[in-house]
Design a protein around this ligand. Sequence first.
Ligand code: CA
Length: 339
Amino acid sequence: MMKFISLSFFAIMTLMTLQAPALSSDEKLVIAHRGASGYLPEHTLAAKALAHGMNPDYIEQDVVLTKDGVPIVLHDHHLDTISDVASKFPNRKREDGRYYAIDLSLAEIKTLKAHERIDLKTGKRVFPSRFPLHQSHFEIPTLEEEIELIKGLNQARGKNIGIYPEIKAPAFHRAEGQDISKIVIDLLAKHGYSTKEDAVYLQCFDWNETQRIRNELGYKGKLVQLIAENDWNESPNVNFDALRTKEGLSSIAKIADGIGPWIPHLISPTGQSNDLVKNVHALGMKIHPYTLRADALPEWAKEHDAVLETVLFKAGADGIFTDFPDLAVKYLQHKNQAH
Ligand code: CA
C-alpha cells in the first residue's frame, strides 16, 4: 500500500512538474498584429501564413462586414488605404470621399488588389521600409478563409496558434442594419472557438458592445476590452479615461478577461511604468498592450528589444501586439535560455 501511495505520489509530482507553469517568459503572449504586418501587407493571408511560421501565440484579425453581411478581415471599415477600390469602383465613394466596405458586396471586394497601407494625402506608404507597393498579388480575406488557414496550418505544423479577432465599429454596423457581433460569434462557434479553454481572445473598443457580447449574446470565451484615447473617436460613446481608473477596471473585470491598452497607457514618455498593470492584475485580469513596431519605436526606447523588456518585464504586461512577431518570439526564447 505504501509503495502504491509513494508511486502514485511520485507520478503525481512528475505530472505536476511537467504541467507546472513554465518560466515567466513562456507565459508572455506574442500577438501577431494584423499578421506579420511588418513584412507583408496587413491582414492578407500571406501575412498570416508568414506570422504562423514565426510561432506567435495568437494572430490578430480586425473584422468588418461587407454589404451582404460577410465578415472580412480589414482594419478600417474603409477600403481606400489598403486597396485599389478608388480606381475599380470610383462611383462608390461616399460624401466624405471615403470607400466603405459595407457599401460593396463580397464579390466586389474580392476583385480588389490589396496593398501596403498608404497615406491617402500623399499616396505613399505609411511605413516606407516595408513591402513595396503594387507588387505581387494580395486579396482581402474573409474571416472564415483566415480561420481555415490558421486551423489548417495548426494541423499541418502541429501547433495550436490562436486567433484574436476584433469586432470593429459595432455601432456603425448596427446603423447600417447589421449585427456584426452576432455574425462573428456564430462563425467562431462554428469553428470551435467558444469557451475560455479555446485558443481565442475576442476584443472590442466599444464598452457597451463588450457588455452586450457577454450578457446578451452569451459569448463564453475570453474577452478583452480595448482602451483608446478619447480623442481618437474610436468609440464616441465610451469614456476610456474613466475605464482606466480602478473603478472602471473593476467594472471591466466583471465582464472581460483582460484589457488591451496602447503602450503609452502604461509607459510614460520617459519610459517609466505606472500602476496600470498592477491594478489590472489585482482584479485577476490580463493586459496585452498594442502596438510594437520595430520601424516606429516609442521615443523613450533606444532599440527594439528595450520595448519588450520594459513592457513585458519591467511593467509586467502579459503579452504584446507586434507587427514583428519573429523578433518578439526570438527575444523571449533568449530570455528563457538565460534562466
Ligand atoms: Ca485591432
